[in-house]
Design a protein around this ligand. Structure first.
Ligand code: BES
Ligand code: MN
Ligand code: ZN
Length: 502
């Protein structure tokens, strides 16, 4: 899809469809007024007659627009101006794009960045609109044998008035598009079935993404190399599968000083989680192909970084394995010595995410990172605690937690913090090893994070539990691309912070 900024008068812009925001109070924006004038007040009459109430997320299509350069007009209800929030704005934009997708047009002209929205500037709105254009027209058709009949738009024009900084507009457009494409990559990887998206597939995807770019270098550790290092916990999870595990590392050098300490993202990449010997029940087990969505979000963020090139150093890491039962699989009661030297008693082979992440966290120490954020579909308990709205956040550093929460708010991809108090740690006490890998039913998300925290003592670290936010179940089953928005925003904020402290 091609994106372009339009700076001249909206009424003079030729398009298959112009998209106009309408406030419930009946007011139009500058674009709306200009187009209303050119159509002898067609829009005004529709509003006066009460045919379109402009409630939030409702749309109204005028299939003809005599007098205007646009062939059609799509009115988008924004609800009451005083009650408009960023998430309501997003909801209305989504409705507009969904309506456009049904119209099968070659192009359209979006003027929604005009909408008055407290606390968010035009660049923020434009960036969100660009991101949402990418994500709203995303279709996952890789495994359909017949081509879809949908004609999605080839070009989208965005109104950006002449009196606004055009470089700022271009940047918002580029950032939004990179983010949208990064999210879509995360969704595609998540949606691919487990028989295709294996640990090796994740490794190859990482390599291909950055192959031609000298700012990146890739390192893939296979079983032999992990064995020599002593990553016995990660290896234990992969043992029950014929698909070999991998530790994937991509380094990015964007800072002026190549030695500047990097920020590190680590994704859980369980390409299928059957539960292992502690086998999961059959119902809905297919959804455990999504158990690599943390890894997918790391690669989605990598894709956005590849396009945007922020001036910071980064390390992207993925702990990839398939969790299957076999006669060689690890089993309840088994004890492993992790890369850190700490020993773990596996009481439930279905608590495998922490077993792959703990060794990766220890491995992360060698990069002496400024911050480490792991992203994992770690616990069903997180869905019980926070539902499908918020990502769970736990951290050993309050400032880091705050930065991530704020990034989530800014990116419309929110997280909510849970406590990581010392008092929870004792639920991991084991009679036979340094710790056990489960903490019982109470506070399952917190005890999982407590387990990880024992391997993150030497750096600022935060954990994002995306079990409830990484994919939709039911009729709209599919990966969401979360939390790529939060992660990219966090990294861009780190870039700003580094630039202002110079
Ligand atoms: N991948 C699952 C967590 C999960 C379950 C995410 C359902 C999304 C939906 C994880 O590996 C797991 O199985 N966790 C167990 C931990 C338990 C055995 C302590 C869980 O949540 O039941
Ligand atoms: Mn599991
Ligand atoms: Zn899992």
């Amino acid at each position: 899809m091609n994106f372009k900024l339009v700076t001249n008068s909206p009424a003079l812009t030729e398009t298959a469809c112009v998209v106009l925001p309408v406030m419930q109070e009946g007011s139009l924006t500058f674009s709306g007024q200009a187009i209303d004038k050119s159509t002898e007040s067609l829009i005004g009459q529709i509003l006066d007659r009460g045919d379109f109430k402009a409630t939030l997320g409702k749309t109204f299509l005028l299939p003809f627009a005599p007098g205007a350069e646009a062939q059609r007009i799509l009115l988008v209800g924004m609800g009451k101006e005083a009650e408009l929030t960023p998430s309501k704005f997003r909801k209305a934009c989504k409705a507009a794009y969904d309506q456009l997708a049904q119209l099968n047009l070659h192009d359209s002209f979006i003027t929604l960045a005009d909408t008055p929205l407290q606390g968010r500037d035009a660049a923020w709105k434009l960036r969100l609109l660009a991101e949402m254009a990418e994500t709203s027209f995303y279709r996952f058709t890789e495994f359909k044998s017949k081509e879809s009949e949908d004609n999605l738009p080839e070009e989208i024009l965005f109104y950006w008035p002449e009196n606004q900084d055009s470089a700022e507009g271009e940047k918002a457009l580029q950032t939004g598009q990179a983010l949208g494409q990064g999210k879509n990559l995360a969704r595609t990887l998540g949606n691919r079935p487990g028989n295709v998206c294996t640990p090796i597939h994740l490794a190859e995807t990482a390599q291909e993404l950055v192959a031609k770019d000298s700012a990146f270098s890739t390192q893939i550790l296979d079983e032999k190399e992990m064995q020599e290092l002593g990553m016995n916990s990660l290896l234990a999870v992969g043992k029950g599968s014929d698909q070999p595990p991998r530790l994937i590392v991509v380094e990015y050098k964007g800072a002026k000083d190549p030695e500047e300490a990097p920020h590190l993202l680590l994704g859980k990449g369980i390409t299928f989680d059957s539960g292992g010997i502690s086998l999961k029940p059959g119902e809905g087990m297919d959804e455990m192909k999504f158990d690599m969505c943390g890894a997918a979000s790391v690669l989605g963020t990598l894709e956005a970084v590849r396009q945007i090139k922020p001036k910071i150093n980064l390390v992207f890491m993925i702990a990839a394995a398939e969790n299957m039962p076999s006669s060689n699989a690890n089993k309840p009661g088994d004890i492993y010595t992790t890369l850190s030297g700490k020993t773990v008693e596996v009481l439930n082979t279905d608590a495998e995410g922490r077993l792959v992440l703990c060794d990766a966290l220890t491995y992360a120490e060698r990069y002496q990172p400024q911050s480490v954020v792991d992203i994992a579909t770690l616990t069903g308990a997180c869905i019980i605690a926070l539902g499908h709205q918020a990502t769970g956040l736990l951290s050993n550093d309050e400032e880091l937690a705050k930065e991530l929460l704020e990034a989530g708010i800014n990116a419309e991809d929110r997280a909510w913090q849970l406590p990581l108090w010392e008092e929870y740690q004792e639920q991991l006490d084991s009679n036979f090893a340094d710790m056990q890998n489960i903490g019982g039913r109470p506070a399952g998300t917190i005890t999982a994070a407590c387990f990880l925290s024992r391997f993150a003592e030497n750096f600022r670290w935060a954990h994002l539990d995306i079990a409830g936010t990484a994919w939709h179940s039911g009729k709209l089953k599919g990966a969401t691309g979360r939390p790529v928005g939060l992660l990219l925003q966090y990294l861009l904020d780190q870039e700003t912070k580094a630039a202002t402290s110079e």
